[in-house]
Design a protein around this ligand. Structure first.
Ligand SMILES: Cc1cc2nc3c(=O)[nH]c(=O)nc-3n(C[C@H](O)[C@H](O)[C@H](O)COP(=O)(O)OP(=O)(O)OC[C@H]3O[C@@H](n4cnc5c(N)ncnc54)[C@H](O)[C@@H]3O)c2cc1C
Length: 250
């Protein structure tokens, strides 16, 4: 484990601002996560889990404990029955790369989530969603490290407490778990989701776009709204939306 001291967090966030981490470590494996957790616990230091820094505003005063950067990598295709394809993704993988892999392999379920910044491990935390899809509907399992009990644990989707931009990871169990791996259950050969008018308008009437074409259309729409990270583009120095849509009963 390579610990760094007084490491500036600004470059690790999409805002590009904020003070330093008193201690900083990059975890490339579950063993690294366990070791870092033990190190912080022995010193009674708070631990903060950092993914892609795209939903985060770091205080100018920085963070007084250990910041653990989730950098576990790897995407594996698991065997599963029928047309289902399970992509087993390590938490540090870039989310848009996961979408690219899924659409390139003609697997439906995440094409409208193209262009959302951050890591795969960040997706179950607030149940990311956009343009008619959300990850809760494709997540099969979430593997995590329990910082309280010091052990790995797996949750089925029904145990994650998913709701609109919420899960157990950002509500009742906020700060307790480090997500290390997510299984996404996708459907090979299924038609893309074309529910949002914005996305429908990108295609001629009657067109039957591929999953990759829909994902590209979503990236184009997001770019027009400053919601796609583009190098050097000042508009995308944000943390995404600062609001939730109102949810009303019928
Ligand atoms: C331009 C832009 C557009 C966006 N568009 C959307 C959108 O359309 N839809 C949407 O839902 N969101 C959107 N977001 C918000 C953001 O991209 C998502 O919330 C993303 O999933 C955050 O992931 P991250 O890895 O960057 O998390 P971070 O910003 O690093 O962390 C966010 C929170 O999750 C926790 N966390 C991160 N990784 C883990 C982990 N492995 N285990 C446990 N906790 C963890 C952190 O502790 C922190 O509390 C947008 C953001 C930006 C900047």
């Amino acid at each position: 484990m390579r610990l760094e001291e007084n490491k500036s967090l600004a470059p690790f966030t999409t805002f590009g601002i904020g003070g330093p981490a008193r201690w900083f470590v990059e975890a490339q494996s579950e063993a690294d996560v366990a070791e870092a957790a033990r190190w912080a616990r022995e010193r009674e230091l708070p631990l903060f889990v950092l993914g892609g820094g795209s939903n985060l505003l770091v205080a100018d005063s920085g963070f007084p404990g250990l910041v653990l950067l989730v950098a576990l990598c790897g995407i594996e295709e698991q065997d599963s029955p029928g047309d289902d394809v399970v992509l087993r993704v390590a938490a540090g993988e870039n989310w848009d790369n996961v979408v690219r892999r899924a659409t390139a392999e003609n697997c439906a379920g995440v094409e409208c989530l193209a262009g959302i910044p951050g890591t795969a491990g960040g997706t179950p935390v607030q149940n990311v969603g956009a343009y008619g899809q959300e990850v809760a509907s494709v997540i099969g399992r979430v593997r995590a490290y329990d910082l309280r009990d010091g052990r790995a644990i797996e949750f089925g989707a029904e145990e994650c407490g998913f709701g609109y931009r919420r899960s157990r990871f950002n509500t009742t169990d906020r700060g307790r778990y480090v997500v290390t791996r997510v299984d996404y259950r996708l459907q090979r050969g299924c038609a893309p989701t074309l529910r949002y008018a914005d996305v429908q308008r990108e295609f001629a009437a009657g067109a039957q776009p591929s999953l990759a074409e829909v994902a590209d259309a979503v990236r184009r729409i997001r770019a027009r709204k400053g919601m796609l990270l583009v190098e050097g583009e000042a508009d995308c120095r944000s943390a995404g939306s600062f609001f939730k849509n109102p949810v009303m009963s019928e």
